[in-house]
Design a protein around this ligand. Structure first.
Ligand code: AGP
Length: 609
């Protein structure tokens, strides 16, 4: 997820772009840049790092211009570095583009443009847009952009300017957000309204497949066929801070709500819908290498470890390959045995967790094939493995991992299906059926998030409890661990996650009216066993909450409260069963007045051992 901004008007453009980028920084902050038009010249400044680094560079060597565009990056293709920072230019340097999104077909386009003589300077997908506009430019910038967007596939919100058709910024939206601000004699385009509110409250929200041509005298809107559109102008009265959280009280809640889109973004471009094949060439690990894998070892910490436990079930069920899941902080000290048939997967959203990095370095001495699943491009762990499968969750500001957990599970589902495909472990019909189920998940997640209010009402009944037990089995045992971790790390209530089958080996002694239990009990292969757990707890006066399928009539009479979820392929239930537990923990913590986004004693990335 990145942030784009553009300005045309009588004011000095550089401060407006920089201030605007600061308000977009939460969308991505590994590199940034601006391009401004000064006479017949485009002046470009790009830096690796945050907006503050761009500001310092501009203080040292100022730029001047009458209009321009800016970008703050969350890298998805190409390392975070100055040359990959936006804005990107065409061969002549008379045209620049800033982009938020992913161009899925950029590699074939890049190859063709290179054959036609275009010179590329970056590793990014975005740069193909600049060269396509250059290729199709015949005097009208908007016509060249219209021709360009007909050729690109994927998700994009772009802003383009050129000194060959001066005095205009052309913006197109197809997927990621783009809004236009209508000031007094000045006009803006941005990824969201936060940078605009200090200038104007008149906002036009572009819809998908719409274009805005922004000029000093006003803005023209059209569809991608060039038909003029009359757009509604909204009057927005939100405060800038509210916008950054999009009106949510905490980043954590915003990130919980973002999860359906995050799963879509992580799956996007990696499943070929016509062939039903999984395409993971981008990892840098070939199918030939994966064919010989006979064992998988997943290494991670915290929530990422829980994702690894879910991934274990995915890989064992779909690819029939044995999987061990290890705490990085433990594995690194073990006399572990690994051979050339092992695939080591390190899961880390930050890509900087010290224990995971240390475990990876220890493992590399045995030279197994290594793959990381990271959310930060070019992070240390991503750089240190043979291949990397990035989650496209965008920056996660809340210390408690939520959307990155769902994104990690999506990446692991893709990997499990890919391994099954490479090793021929699933017939086509079965594989296609799993892929269809996977693609339905974002919509089903939205159904659950739409009932957030009822989960809030339920959660508020438990703010004074001091202990909680979470029970799950098979693919939902990790969800029990994750639900307990969420509650304890943001509300400071003691909570334990346990495999349901372990209750009779000790924890059942804890059960009384002061120890409520959350059971995760979708209709799957362990449903009946979970019903036994429920009966054991019920007879001991324990309060029971259950996350269960909405069409499960039996469970209603066995527990005190049901949190319903839509039925889904049992293997993929963690995508759905996790959401109510995240919301449950969030609402309890928020009501208890805890610092939800920055809980005490915690850090977003544990870069110390
Ligand atoms: C989870 O909510 C915590 N933020 C923490 O357990 C986290 O998952 C763990 O530190 C691992 O972080 P990583 O994914 O960046 O490696």
């Amino acid at each position: 997820m990145c942030g784009i901004i553009g300005y045309i008007g009588p004011k000095s453009v550089v401060p407006i772009l920089v201030e605007g980028l600061k308000k977009l920084e939460y969308r991505g902050y590994d590199s940034a840049g601006i391009a401004v038009v000064n006479g017949d010249q485009i002046q470009v400044r790009r830096v690796k790092g945050k907006i503050s680094a761009l500001e310092k560079s501009l203080d040292k060597a100022p730029l001047n211009g009458s209009y321009g565009v800016g970008h703050t990056r969350w890298a998805t293709h190409g390392r975070p570095c100055e040359e990959n920072a936006h804005p990107h230019q065409d061969c002549t340097g008379s045209l620049v583009v800033v982009h938020n999104g992913i161009i899925e077909n950029y590699l074939p386009l890049k190859r063709k443009l290179k054959e036609e003589g275009h010179t590329f300077r970056t590793e990014t997908d975005t740069e193909v847009i600049a060269h396509l506009v250059e290729k199709y430019f015949k005097g009208s910038l908007e016509k060249a952009v219209l021709h360009t967007v007909r050729e690109i596939e994927g998700a994009y919100a772009i802003a383009v300017l050129s000194t060959q058709d001066k005095g205009k910024i052309v913006a197109v939206k197809s997927g990621p957000p783009a809004v236009v601000g209508l000031g007094e004699g000045e006009y803006f385009v941005s990824s969201d309204i936060n940078p605009l509110l200090s200038h104007t409250q008149k906002i036009v929200f572009l819809e998908d497949e719409e274009m805005a041509v922004i000029e000093p005298q006003g803005v023209k809107f059209s569809d991608l066929e060039g038909n003029v559109l009359k757009k509604k102008v909204d009057q927005i009265s939100w405060s800038p801070l509210m916008i950054e959280k999009r009106g949510f009280k905490h980043f954590m809640l915003k990130e919980i709500i973002e999860q359906p889109q995050v799963v879509r973004d992580t799956l996007q471009g990696r499943i070929s819908l016509d062939s039903g094949k999984i395409c993971l060439e981008e990892t840098g690990i070939s199918s030939k290498h994966l064919e010989k894998i006979a064992k998988v070892v997943i290494i991670a910490c915290g929530t990422s470890y829980h994702a690894g436990l879910v991934g274990k079930c995915f890989i064992e069920t779909l690819a029939q390959i044995p999987v061990d899941v290890e705490f990085a902080s433990e594995y690194r000290y073990r006399d572990f045995i690994l051979d050339e048939k092992a695939l080591v997967i390190v899961i880390s959203q930050s890509g900087e967790t010290a224990d995971s990095l240390a475990a990876l370095r220890a493992v590399k001495e045995k030279n197994p094939l290594s793959l990381s699943i990271c959310n930060v491009v070019n992070s240390s762990i991503a750089r240190d493995t043979d291949g990397v499968l990035y989650t496209h969750a965008g920056p996660e500001i809340g210390v408690a991992a939520t959307k990155t957990f769902s994104a990690q599970m999506a990446a692991l589902a893709l990997l499990a299906l890919h391994l099954a495909q490479v090793k021929g472990r699933l017939d086509e019909k079965t594989r296609l059926s799993f892929i269809e189920d996977l693609l339905r998940i974002p919509h089903l997640m939205e159904n659950i998030l739409n009932q957030a209010e009822s989960i809030e009402d339920l959660a508020l009944k438990f703010i004074s409890f001091s202990h909680f037990l979470y029970l799950g089995r098979w693919v939902n045992f990790p969800v029990a661990l994750e639900g307990a971790l969420k509650l304890k790390e943001i509300s400071y209530i003691h909570a334990e996650g346990y495999p349901g089958g372990e209750m009779k080996h000790g924890p059942i002694a804890l059960i009384d009216e002061k120890m409520p239990t959350m059971v995760i009990v979708p209709k799957d292969r362990v449903y009946d066993k979970m019903l036994s757990n429920i009966s054991e707890i019920k007879t001991r006066a324990g309060y029971l909450l259950a996350v269960a399928f909405e069409d499960d009539k039996e469970i209603q009479d066995r527990v005190d409260k049901v949190i319903p979820i839509p039925p889904i392929n049992p293997l993929f239930t963690p995508f759905l069963t996790t959401l109510p537990l995240q919301l449950f923990a969030y609402y309890i913590a928020a009501k208890r007045g805890a610092d939800v986004d920055q809980p005490r004693n915690l850090a977003k990335s544990v870069t110390v051992e």
